[in-house]
Design a protein around this ligand. Sequence first.
Ligand code: ZN
Length: 87
Amino acid sequence: MALPKTCSFRDKDFDCPLPPSYIISVVNNGEEYMIAVVCQDHRNQMENWLMDMQSVGKIPSGKIKFQEIKLVVTDCIRDSDDDNSLM
Ligand SMILES: [Zn+2]
């Protein structure tokens, strides 16, 4: 699944340009619905906003879950540092 490149938080004219740190989903009857992504700064604001959305029925009710986005680390080609131990 392709994730948005920026935080989903919006406020009037403001679009958050930061890369997201969390995937937000709602767990409802064992099903998990991805709702948005959010950066570290807007996590609390986004959670409040989502609870508002749930109270008016815009998104499914259920537990709001924040899942940390793990950056893909490419550490497979790093053998030069440890070579000395073989000598
Ligand atoms: Zn943000």
